[in-house]
Design a protein around this ligand. Sequence first.
Ligand SMILES: [Zn+2]
Length: 161
Amino acid sequence: MQMSFERYAREKLAPSLASHGSPSVLLLTCMDYRYAHRIIQVMDGLDLRQKYDVFVLAGAAAGSNQVKGWRETLVSHIRTARKIGHPIEKLVVLEHRDCGAYKHFFQLYWDQVTPPVEQAKHQEQIDIFVQDMKNEFSSEIPNLEIDSLLLTRDEDDELPT
Ligand SMILES: [Zn+2]
């Protein structure tokens, strides 16, 4: 799991998106209102507008792992996107610190645990999700890539320069 979305997007995502004419990346994010605008700002700032799809589940990977119906909805959306000319071959999972879904599903109160404990729980869920999606799409997307990031809170971040 990487920590800086800005750096990841600039150094890894932008070059790979630039080489595709159609959206090949789907961002899976949490629903949390503190993050949507920041994600869009980073992508817009790198001139990546209209180059990716977005899907939202509370808890992102954890939501897919914990709620069967949410997982099925995600999987069917990826299949539908591919049918209409969005050749999704990479998922970028954006989870974040202080996540309400992690409180709901796991009673993980971010202010009551150390950052390594919080991060380990996210990594556990990412690992489950990665295995699940690779199994699900093994024949349709044999080279499916899944990257994941744990976003910091706005007030924890350095201001972008
Ligand atoms: Zn969240």
